[in-house]
Design a protein around this ligand. Structure first.
Ligand code: MRU
Length: 366
């Protein structure tokens, strides 16, 4: 079985195609797939070859770059029309992770700002922008990790849900990135890894990554988490996010809400680690976040293979839930640790991120 080399990315651009690790096959098979058009990238996101909010965003950026590269348009106006179509195709791939829309908007805004330029200039600029989104993701994760690691006490037992590692991002990770940083800083930590039914991102991906990084860990059934918190075996909970509403409500992998309730009941800090690209100021509360509903077969069949339920059973499979902001101790971003009142403090970090990006653009470093 292959390994994700130390500096290998989850998704990248190579010789005019997008390459990614096929996460459906991990941990038993390690395969790289390549796509040369935006339709296949949209399918890869929908079918979860690639998953995790920041990784989905980066893949969508590359999907737009592919669309720009493939377009037969002879004018910039026609190219913009092709890009609008590609935007819609990619946008429809998965509904909850807002990093998808964030990356698509960023690509489209750049293309529109260059509408007076020759079409070849726009094509090249989009490839460069997609690459920048990917590069920045790693830097962002490492900044979050440094802030987050300060909140991890020596000897901590950390409960983690889903996969938020290098595989859920371009590299390094969000919540798991904090854990990795704390471990690399020499802290003696241990991670309880939720298996994360039904797609088993914890058992398949998080366990695989932590073992490669040498972080002490123990895999548990999701249902064991409450008992571990009640019996004093958890010092903090860290999770990622797929979308954070303007009021601080958090959409994350199904099961996150239950963890937050039990953490509160047991006075355990509950930290969400997410970049500012996951904060959606256009969505007022968690009730306004679209929750993806996936194939019930993911519940009735383990990894699409072994049927564990009676034939014909009715099943329901929401992929995410909402954790109300009152249950969140803090949100760790690349601009520091955000605490309540979230409405005001989240706006501040998003505005700061936007101002920094514009300053980089103006100074020509973008
Ligand atoms: C950086 S990861 C944050 C979230 O994207 C992660 O916890 C998660 O819910 C991923 O869901 P997935 O359905 O695997 O894409």
């Amino acid at each position: 079985m292959g390994q994700k080399e130390a500096h290998m990315r989850t998704v990248w651009w190579e010789d005019g195609v997008v390459k990614m690790i096929d996460q459906r096959l991990l941990p038993h098979q390690f395969e790289i797939v390549a796509f040369d058009n935006e339709h296949d990238v949209a399918r890869a996101i929908r079918e979860m070859y690639i998953r995790g909010a920041p990784a989905i965003g980066a893949a969508a950026g590359f999907g737009m770059a592919l669309a720009a590269q493939r377009s037969q348009a002879a004018t910039t106006e026609d190219l913009l029309n092709d890009l609008r179509t590609a935007y819609d195709v990619l946008y429809a791939s998965r509904p909850t992770a807002v990093n998808l829309r964030w990356a698509l908007d960023r690509m489209m805004a750049l293309a529109t700002s260059l509408r007076e330029q020759p079409h070849q200039v726009v094509r090249d600029a989009l490839v460069a922008e997609a690459q920048r989104i990917a590069d920045e993701d790693i830097e962002t994760n490492q900044r979050m990790a440094r802030y987050g690691a300060e909140l991890v006490p020596e000897g901590a037992n950390i409960l983690h849900h889903c996969n938020t590692g290098g595989l859920a991002t371009v590299d390094w990770g969000t919540a798991l990135g904090v854990i990795r940083m704390a471990h690399e800083q020499g802290k003696n930590i241990h991670v309880w890894v939720d298996e994360t039914r039904p797609r088993l991102q914890g058992a398949r991906l998080t366990a695989w990554e932590l073992m490669q990084w040498g972080v002490p860990m123990t895999l548990i059934a999701d249902n064991a988490a409450g008992y571990l918190m009640w019996s004093g075996q958890v010092d903090l909970v860290t999770v990622g996010a797929d979308r954070i509403a303007a009021n601080g409500d958090v959409a994350n992998k199904i099961g996150t809400y239950k963890l937050a309730v039990v953490a509160k009941e047991n006075n355990i800090p509950f930290y969400v680690v997410a970049p500012t690209s996951t904060i959606d100021l256009q969505t007022p509360t968690g009730r306004d976040i679209p929750i993806e509903e996936r194939d019930p077969r993911e519940v009735t069949h383990v990894l699409g293979q072994c049927n564990i339920a009676p034939e014909g059973v009715n099943a329901y499979n929401p992929a995410f839930d909402i954790t109300p902001h009152e249950l969140v101790t803090a949100i760790i971003t690349e601009y520091g640790v955000v605490r309540p009142p979230y409405e005001e403090n989240l706006r501040r970090v998003v505005e700061q991120a936007e101002a920094d990006r514009k300053a980089r653009q103006a100074s020509g470093s973008v």
